[in-house]
Design a protein. Sequence first.
Length: 305
Amino acid sequence: MQRRDLMIGLIVITVWGLNFIAIKLGLQETPPFLLGALRFLLACIPAIFFLPKPPVSWSWLIALGLSINVGQFAFLFLGMKVGMPAGLASLVLQSQAFFTLFVAVTWIGERWQWNHLVGLILSACGMAVIGLQQGGTMTLAGFGLTLAAAACWGTGNVIMRRATQGVPPFSMLSLVVWAGAVAIIPLALLSWFLEGYDAWLIAFRSPTLTTIGSLVYLAFLATLVGYGFWGKLLSRYPAALVSPLALLVPLVGMSSSALFLGESLSAMQSVGALLVMLGLAVHVLGQRWSGKKPVTEIATEKVSS
């Protein structure tokens, strides 16, 4: 990978790692479902009018939007609202890699490889250590909701792979925007019925700079800029070369949360985090160490800039 493209990749990873701080700050003044609806509203309108619909069916597009956008972010935002620290959220959410594998094995018959099993065992042990270490700022409810968000993301990954089978290359950004638009109404309805009219009134009548800054970051930097540049990297290089960079997201998330939010991990949570990171590394890189290309990355290479 050329140095300039590597720098672009690292900038995207940094943007995505800092994304969890933006979520935490936004949730201080805006309820989770409304924050999600506003994020996708700003990210997708008016961008959707300038990006062609990706060549996937409407049924797949709706399924993708409901799983990877509504499900993932509804659970994630709610989990962070009820006690999941931003740094740990950035780590636990990466368990989507294993949920992706579970769904792929049961739905499309993908086979387990040695690195999948070893990585799963290591990460599961790490998650158990983290989950059992309640107290401080982390709650069991927040932890469980973040795992549910990871499960929705993993399901969405497999839906994306099924949706893109047999279609010509397309822009990742167009898929992100069109699937994101699907999430606006469901999240708005969840907010209206569960969070109430008063939440909307407060959000729109007296928005603060913190709320505005959070939404700008989530909608434009984390979504449009992040996925736009990530798609360009995937169009220039094999997914096997690009995807390992995503392993750095939790490192950025945890270190930046410690720096800007004052979050800290207990000794046991640190051990759990190391086990999870080691498990993810084995899962993603294991077959490369043995000279084989991971099956789970083949479909990703259909996405162009």
